[in-house]
Ligand binder design. Structure first.
Ligand SMILES: *Cc1c(COP(=O)(O)O)cnc(C)c1O
Length: 231
């Protein structure tokens, strides 16, 4: 069997396994949400994108706008692009190609995105990245800031704040992960209380997606479990 067929088969079976695990986790969690699997194709080439697409995954996550833009040009089948990595304010224009920006990680970036959207006559769908673990290495807004920011975000007509996103600490114990994910869920509730249409929760990666789905995740961002370890 040619290597590429072997790879595509592997991805298809891993997508199937991930979907089954997501489905059981959703039943256990009892939040009744729909879960979108976002295949994280950062650093990977067309082969991975094609394999994900053929396996029925039409939502792709990228963390660098330049890399993503190259792929957007090369891909001629209909996928939704998700920006999951930090976006510099001076590159806010690059948000245009994405269906959902998961990584709106500061008020200043929100203002920059709003500016670009307003000038382009567009509305960007965004998630507020929450630093629920308090790790200084992680971007995002502190949970205690969310309420104040929510009122501000309500006034930005170029943005549609669809929910919250978080990146949990790697290899943390289960209680810590649950704390991080439930804190993020609460952040989403605060956004909704302010009047924003913030029902989405992007949380869960290869190492923790089952717990994230149990805690209410609507979007999981999976790379390693679908494609193998990135080099
Ligand atoms: C790379 C990345 C992922 C995917 O990580 P895996 O552990 O390979 O599943 C998810 N979310 C973000 C923000 C990432 O940068």
């Amino acid at each position: 069997m040619p290597i590429s067929e072997h790879f595509a088969d592997m991805v298809a079976s891993r997508v199937g396994e991930a979907r089954a695990l997501i489905s059981s986790a959703r039943d256990r969690g009892g939040h009744g949400q729909q879960v979108t699997l976002v295949a994280v194709t950062k650093t990977l080439g067309m082969e991975a994108i094609r394999a994900a697409y053929d396996a029925g995954v039409h939502d792709l996550g990228e963390n660098k706008v330049q890399e993503a833009e190259g792929k957007m040009e090369a891909v001629d089948f209909p996928v939704r692009w998700h920006l999951i990595g930090h976006l510099q304010r001076n590159k806010a224009k690059s948000a245009v190609g994405f269906s959902l920006i998961h990584s709106m990680d500061s008020e200043r970036l929100a203002l920059a995105l709003n500016d670009v959207a307003t000038k382009a006559g567009k509305i960007f769908e965004v998630l507020l990245q929450v630093n629920a673990s308090g790790e200084t290495s992680k971007g995002g807004v502190a949970p205690g800031e969310v309420s104040r920011l929510a009122d501000r975000l309500m006034s930005l007509e170029g943005l549609k704040v669809m929910g919250a996103m978080t990146i949990a600490p790697f290899d943390a114990a289960e209680p810590v992960l649950r704390q991080v994910f439930s804190e993020t869920r609460r952040a989403g509730e605060l956004l909704m209380n302010a009047g924003l249409p913030a029902r989405l929760l992007s949380m869960g990666m290869s190492g923790d997606f089952e717990i994230a789905v149990e805690e209410g995740a609507t979007h999981v961002r999976l790379g390693t479990v679908l494609f193998g370890r990135r080099l």
